[in-house]
Design a protein. Sequence first.
Length: 278
Amino acid sequence: MGIKNGELNYTVTMFKKYKNLLGELTRKNVKLKYRNSWLGILWSFIQPLLYMIVLSVVFGGIFGTNRKDIICFPVYLFTGRLLFSFFTTSTKQAMTSFRRNQAIIKKVYVPKYMYPLSSILSNFVTFAISLLCLICVWIFFKTTGIQNGDELHVNGYVLLCWIPMVLLLIFSTGVGLILSVVSVYFRDIEYIWEVMCQLLFYMVPIIYHLNRITTPWIKNIIKINPLYSMIELFRQCVLYHQIMSWRMLGYAAVVSFLTLIIGIWFFNKKSDDIIFHL
């Protein structure tokens, strides 16, 4: 398996040629997401905030009392839920991008990767906007001291939070490209992936800390999941105010780029036949 130099050069050339179109498709997806809603883009702030409130109320009494490992449970919860939500939403929309745009695909030639990629990038824009909500939540708990919020601190390491964000974008792109092709041939993957995402939510330390898991083999399975490393790296920057773990960073980077390479290879191999199965 591999991407030949000729294929790589062709892909790069086509990407440069249609980069403006990619930008337009991304903007269109962002606008369509909040079309006909009264609050529009404000839902990028409100939705993660509501999720944080609900999950804090439900699980705060169970997992939020561990002050040793979790500094401020609502902020801890918010950081994990924000990154996880981007991954699941972007991959789901990338997976259905061909079905949603099949009328255009059959009539107008556009490089097919534009559709899943624009879906992922539009969700990344929404994700980036939601970070403003995270800042507001962080400031609120820091100033009020609620839920041990006075233990929150910030230093120069917070400027490195873009690294796990970019790795998550790369990983999501690779997964999204694979799912977008598989869903054309096997429609049931949409329902399977929905269940998998629900399972992933509880298999990644979002509402609990990894130290809560006492069974060694379960803890090892969680650590293998690259989402765990990316979420933990992000928390190390914005929540624990410490330098990122080089072991986690190296593992997350390798898995992310490897997934992207596999996704590009698989997509290029099957993309020519997509139109015959829509």
